[in-house]
Design a protein around this ligand. Structure first.
Ligand code: GLP
Length: 233
């Protein structure tokens, strides 16, 4: 695991965007795993700014988002689908058919999870996955206690995660369930870059850095992988 520390969030975002851009320039058909949340916003902003100057930046790039709320349609303002359009997809030349986000509105959520795994495999597998970090150590929506063999599935969200994401659902109940890639799905990515920034993440960052490996702390599964970069500010 390679650790890189930055004095501020802007520098972390610049480095994350540089990794992102160099990967899509080197491999124009790359398959990316993409996160939502506040932490990657600066990265997306910089990627969009660069790509507006570039012809065919995203034309053949394939993306799979890490997770989506259950029972929330793509059009819902709080959905991760809306989030991704707002921060990235609507501003670059990505082919909408190449952007994948689990559909949390279907009746058979388990079938949707299986389809998502099949689609990742059919695309050739994840090559580079960016992750945020929950303050309880969650990655995507894999909460403490998640088996490291887990694949894409439906999960119950913890109260702390629901509270942390309440801003997306003003005046509404925060969904209780989500579809998330599992830990094994994430670990199957050839390369992983985790971004963590701010005081609220400090304890989780230090716990990850300690090298402890435990299912109580999902991010520690990343120690099982041989190509992880952690960017910290
Ligand atoms: C959510 C997302 C995670 C994200 C985490 C941290 O729960 N499902 O993928 O990493 O929040 O979010 P933030 O970057 O806003 O702190």
């Amino acid at each position: 695991m390679i650790w890189v520390s930055f004095s501020d969030y802007a520098s972390l975002s610049t480095r994350a965007a540089a990794i992102f851009l160099s990967a899509i320039r080197q491999s124009p058909r790359i398959v990316l795993g993409l996160p939502t949340g506040r932490t990657p916003l600066g990265m997306y902003e910089r990627v969009v700014a660069e790509c507006s100057r570039e012809y065919h930046c995203f034309r053949d790039v394939v993306t799979f988002n890490l997770d989506e709320y259950a029972g929330i349609s793509c059009e819902h303002p709080g959905s991760y689908c809306t989030f991704m359009k707002g921060v990235l997809f609507d501003h670059v030349d990505v082919d909408p058919r190449n952007t994948n986000i689990p559909d949390g509105t279907v009746r058979d959520l388990a079938a949707e999870c299986a389809r998502y795994e099949r689609d990742i495999a059919a695309a050739g597998g994840l090559q580079l996955t960016f992750l945020g970090l929950g303050s309880n150590g969650h990655i995507a929506f894999n909460e403490p206690g998640t088996p490291w063999t887990s694949r894409t599935r439906v999960v119950e969200l913890t109260e702390s995660t629901r509270a942390a994401n309440a801003a997306l659902f003003p005046g509404e109940e925060v969904p209780r369930q989500a579809i998330t890639m599992g830990i094994a799905t994430i670990l199957s990515s050839r390369r992983i870059v985790l971004l963590a920034s701010g005081e609220k993440k400090r304890a989780a960052i230090e716990r990850l850095r300690s090298g402890e490996r435990s299912e109580d702390f999902p991010a520690s599964a990343l120690w099982e992988h041989d190509d992880v970069t952690v960017l910290v500010a």
